[in-house]
Design a protein around this ligand. Structure first.
Ligand SMILES: [Mn+2]
Length: 329
């Protein structure tokens, strides 16, 4: 494969671009560990296969990429000068509105994502090169690409560590309903290569929680998506999510700052506080339309803008449930 499509940079003459680079990238609004790890590990796989590729995102990293993980120093570009023949690989994103801003949708060659809604769109554009499945983590899909390529033995310890962390985060330590046996399997295999401390999952979530409580408004902004939701009459719902060990602490101690932060984004706001420690979500909203919607679609009982969901929800599960209800009504 080497040499068929890519040329050494030294072959460049003036403004003639001979190099095609695959830009492995993700979403526009913020970067989480699943996207970050997936981009780094997939770019490494492409490089190993002789394809020039770079992991890139201009989005701000959220607290799921902890200081410890940042200190590992993965190869990741925060800026990139695009050449006309560069192509794109999307990881952990497929909604056209959400893509990293340098992405040209007609130059996307591959999509690896676990958010539903745009499977048909991409299948029509790129066929089987769109791998969109509703599983726990995009990192699991990236791990499977390594196995399919027969190169898993050569994966770096760093990529294994990152993928382990992405799976932990996106499955909420395997408690989220989206978790599949494939996620468990990928995690076990990657863990053997990752050389991490035995209590890595506890350490990881505790470090995240500390940084969230240090600036809860910022953490919320970095995990809020502006979207439309099926059955909710609004074209601008601000849908925030906080993933923490002790959700009650956030709900009891930080209601005011959460409400203020979200009202700045949209009057139609909804926050899913994911409480990993007790395996449930708390929903917050001061908007009547939104709480009515959440009662109908998710069966949540609100009291003064707060609902104990009784189970753990992820934002993508909530979006999927709304779509499914929409199809059956
Ligand atoms: Mn993800």
């Amino acid at each position: 494969m080497r040499g068929t499509r890519s040329f050494q940079k030294g072959a460049l003459r003036g403004k003639v671009y001979l190099t095609t680079m695959k830009i492995v990238t993700s979403g526009l609004s913020f970067l989480d560990i699943d996207a970050y790890a997936g981009c780094v590990a997939y770019a490494e796989l492409l490089n190993l296969q002789g394809v020039e590729a770079v992991a890139f995102s201009s989005a701000e990293m959220n607290e799921s990429i902890t200081q410890t993980i940042r200190s590992w120093g993965a190869s990741f570009a925060a800026s990139y000068e695009l050449s006309p023949h560069d192509t794109f690989v999307l990881i952990d994103v497929s909604e056209p509105e959400f893509l990293e801003k340098i992405v040209d949708i007609d130059r996307v060659e591959e999509v690896i994502d676990h958010h539903v809604g745009y499977e048909k769109f991409w299948e029509e554009k790129i066929g089987k090169r769109a791998d969109i499945e509703f599983i726990g983590a995009a990192c699991t899909q990236v791990y499977e690409k390594w196995v399919e390529a027969g190169l898993f033995d050569q994966m770096s310890e760093l990529s294994a560590r990152l993928l382990v962390s992405g799976i932990l985060d996106n499955t909420l330590n395997f408690q989220a309903g989206v978790t599949t046996e494939r996620d468990h399997h990928a995690y076990r295999e990657l863990l053997m290569k990752a050389n991490l401390p035995d209590d890595w999952s506890r350490r990881y979530f505790e470090e995240r929680e500390l940084s969230i409580f240090a600036d809860i408004s910022k953490a919320l902004i970095n995990d809020t998506k502006i979207m439309t939701l099926k059955h909710l009459e609004s074209d601008r719902v601000a849908f925030g999510q906080l993933v923490i060990w002790d959700g009650r602490r956030a709900v009891q101690g930080y209601r005011e700052v959460i409400e203020k932060t979200m009202m700045n984004k949209s009057n139609d706001w909804f926050v899913n506080v994911v409480s990993i420690g007790d395996g449930r979500s708390f929903f917050l909203s001061s908007n009547k339309k939104v709480t009515m919607w959440a009662s109908t679609i998710l069966g949540a009982q609100f009291h003064e803008g707060l609902a104990d969901a009784g189970k753990l929800w992820l934002r993508k599960e909530i979006v999927k449930t709304a779509i499914l209800k929409h199809e059956t009504l």
